[in-house]
Design a binder for this molecule. Structure first.
Ligand code: C2E
Ligand code: CA
Ligand code: CA
Ligand code: CA
Length: 279
């Protein structure tokens, strides 16, 4: 951290200089990455528990770094958010994901939703609406197939402007899901004011099922809340059959997680769709 000198003036320590230098070069790499087309999308299936078939794909960005190989979002999204690079990266993700979904449809594969994560910075940007509209018109994807995942904590940060923004997106005909649901502090009355399609139960509640009675109670409560509010509900991070069984018994519509499949490259996903969701 920055240390304060005798007169209260911030002094950069040698370690700090090294950290700053690393961060600057990483930032520069991030800027170049878009120009050099180093980002790729992987897709993870979301499965209907009644039919067992794939009904959606979540697009997850990876950075194909020339020296380091595949870099995961946990290692660059925070910096991209801080430096603002997340905005053009997010635009690329939206365009790519919409084009891919349309390409699968044009291939005669069963049509599925495409789910795209929207970051805080992107959500607050004025041009988000234009970006989404452009991604739709350039790809030719029908808006009802696009679902934007917005985290609960982001929505709750500035409720009034979030709701306004969500209504603008609703006007475009796209769907909205609350990501990481249960970790924030949504009041039930606020939830009713959102133009939402889906709640996505956070992975942290699923991880300890069936061993943690509290997590099971919370998960079941979220599912019944969703049902009462007439929302779809999906659980993420489903890794075991026991977790899936509990979710099905509790009335959850869809599941996503390693139990069914890890996120995969587009060719792999294409094959999974060809088998009509059976793997
Ligand atoms: P998220 O939106 O909560 O995405 C789900 C994460 O959980 C993904 O990690 C996924 O690979 C992982 N996951 C899926 N199933 C399981 C499971 O059964 N067990 C466990 N332990 N993990 C599972 P990933 O791809 O590393 O992404 C991490 C986060 O980075 C995402 O969390 C999302 O917040 C962010 N992210 C990813 N792609 C994008 C993007 O295009 N734009 C933005 N703004 N953020 C993104
Ligand atoms: Ca997500
Ligand atoms: Ca999540
Ligand atoms: Ca727990």
């Amino acid at each position: 951290a920055k240390e304060l000198g005798r007169d209260g003036i911030a002094i950069f320590t040698p370690e700090m200089t090294a950290t700053v230098r690393r961060k600057l070069s990483r930032t520069d790499e991030l800027r170049q990455a878009l120009l050099r087309d180093e980002f790729v999308l992987h897709y993870q299936p979301q499965v209907d528990v009644q039919t067992g078939s794939i009904v959606a794909a979540e697009a997850l960005v990876r950075w194909n770094h020339p020296g380091e190989g595949l870099v995961y979002p946990g290692d660059f999204i925070a910096l991209a958010e801080e430096t603002g690079h997340i905005v053009p990266i997010g635009e690329w993700v939206l365009q790519r994901a919409c084009k891919q979904a349309k390409a699968w449809q044009d291939h005669g594969l069963p049509p599925i939703r495409i789910c795209v994560n929207v970051s805080a910075r992107q959500f607050q940007e004025k041009r988000l609406i234009e970006t989404v509209a452009n991604a739709l018109s350039e790809s030719g994807l029908d808006p009802t197939w696009l679902e934007l995942e917005i985290t609960e904590s982001l929505i709750m940060k500035d409720l009034a402007s979030s709701i306004a923004r969500m209504h603008e997106l609703e006007q475009l005909g796209v769907k909205l899901a609350v990501d990481d649901f249960g970790t924030g502090y949504s009041s039930l009355s606020a939830l009713k004011r959102f133009p939402l399609s889906r709640l996505k139960i956070d992975r942290s509640f699923i991880a300890d099922i069936p061993h943690d009675a509290d997590d099971m109670a919370i998960t079941a409560a979220i599912i019944s809340l969703a049902q009462k509010l007439d929302l779809e509900v999906i659980a993420e991070g489903v890794e075991t059959k026991e977790q899936a069984r509990f979710l099905v018994d509790s009335g959850c519509n869809e599941i996503q997680g390693y139990l069914y499949s890890r996120p995969v490259e587009e060719e792999r996903f294409h094959c999974m769709l060809e088998n009509n969701g059976r793997i």
